[in-house]
Design a protein around this ligand. Structure first.
Ligand SMILES: [Zn+2]
Ligand SMILES: [Zn+2]
Length: 137
């Protein structure tokens, strides 16, 4: 895959990665709905050491439904969400697909927390759905 690039709405935060995404998912959990201000959040994984962020980000740390400590990283100027990291995946980051310069490179493989999906933004048809998170393996 070619270089992955993206950033926030105002451009103050940017990132570049040279790696294959480790996962691509649509998450319908309440945290993703509230933090994205949309029905679900589309996220893809990258190895943390393969992505370079530039610009100053604000952080919001919280405990996820899974019990993991999650930190949301976003632009303090425009509020654009950039990535999350969690205590149960310290070597990876989950990048917000909507921040991609070329969003066409994202293609969700699974829907997670499908049980929390709203009627107005149901899980995508044709891909596996998990009630919560799929078992780790
Ligand atoms: Zn911004
Ligand atoms: Zn979520």
């Amino acid at each position: 895959m070619a270089e992955i690039t993206g950033g926030c709405l105002c451009g103050a935060v940017r990132y570049t990665a040279n790696a294959e995404p480790t996962f691509m998912a649509n998450c319908h959990c309440v945290d993703c709905r509230k933090s994205s201000a949309a029905g679900h959040m589309s996220l893809f994984g990258l190895p943390a050491d393969k992505v370079e962020f530039s610009g100053t980000m604000s952080e919001y740390a919280m405990t996820a439904d899974s019990g993991a400590a999650v930190t949301h990283h976003f632009c303090p100027n425009c509020g654009g969400q950039i990535f999350n990291n969690t205590s149960n995946n310290p070597d990876g980051v989950a990048v917000v697909a909507a921040s991609l310069d070329n969003p066409d490179i994202f293609s969700p493989q699974v829907s997670v927390y499908a049980s929390r999906a709203t009627p107005w933004d149901p899980p995508k048809e044709g891909i596996p759905q998990f009630e919560k998170m799929p078992p780790r393996g």
